[in-house]
Design a protein around this ligand. Sequence first.
Ligand SMILES: Nc1nc2c(ncn2[C@@H]2O[C@H](COP(=O)(O)OP(=O)(O)OP(=O)(O)O)[C@@H](O)[C@H]2O)c(=O)[nH]1
Ligand SMILES: [Mg+2]
Length: 218
Amino acid sequence: MRIETAEFVRASGNAAELIEDGAPQVAFAGRSNVGKSSLLNRLLGRKLAHTSSTPGRTQTVNWFRIDRRYWFVDLPGYGFARRSREAREKWAEVVDTYLRRESGPRLVVLLVDSAVGATRLDQEAARYLDALGVERMVAATKIDRVKRGARAGRLAEIRRDLGFADGTEIVPVSTTSGEGVRELWKHIADFLAGPVPSQKGKERQQRNAQDDGTGIPG
Ligand SMILES: Nc1nc2c(ncn2[C@@H]2O[C@H](COP(=O)(O)OP(=O)(O)OP(=O)(O)O)[C@@H](O)[C@H]2O)c(=O)[nH]1
Ligand SMILES: [Mg+2]
């Protein structure tokens, strides 16, 4: 997919700062250090999101406006033990509020580290997303770290550990080799082309036509 414009717009540290403009949103969720920000950069072909080998780099809900038409949303990672209890509660609050908000179509890309496999927290995250009824897909990151011969087995393991049916697709990706990036874009493009927003979403879009909620003119 060819991206004309991509810009960082906002880092939301609390629920009041979330953007609700009715535009489609593709959100990246997953354990801290799983490679959310790296993947977002790779998909966009630009280094917009900050990445780090130290877990806990992204601590806010970060908004990137793509082609003035939709959002990429970089979520803070879960399972970062060194964070204070207060910080963890804050995380849960802002992410939970984000996921429960209705603001136009949304796809959550849940990332699971293919070198690590699905952890208990990944299982909880998958169940949580399904309980909320959000549209989600799973991508297995850092596939370059798994030997080719072991990849199919690892993906099957992740599928099973997440409690998914046998045929459920998991897209293996690597930001270092670029594997799977086109495949993932196909899923995102399908979502973006997908069914028209619900009537509620449309109404909201109309209401927000003048003010897109970003605080940025145009
Ligand atoms: N080998 C390999 N390493 C990767 C890949 N993607 C990301 N990494 C590394 O994984 C580490 C974490 O990447 P980030 O993109 O910052 O992870 P994150 O999920 O955004 O982490 P938080 O912001 O802390 O939640 C970095 O050291 C990256 O270089 C990949 O495809 N392959
Ligand atoms: Mg990050």
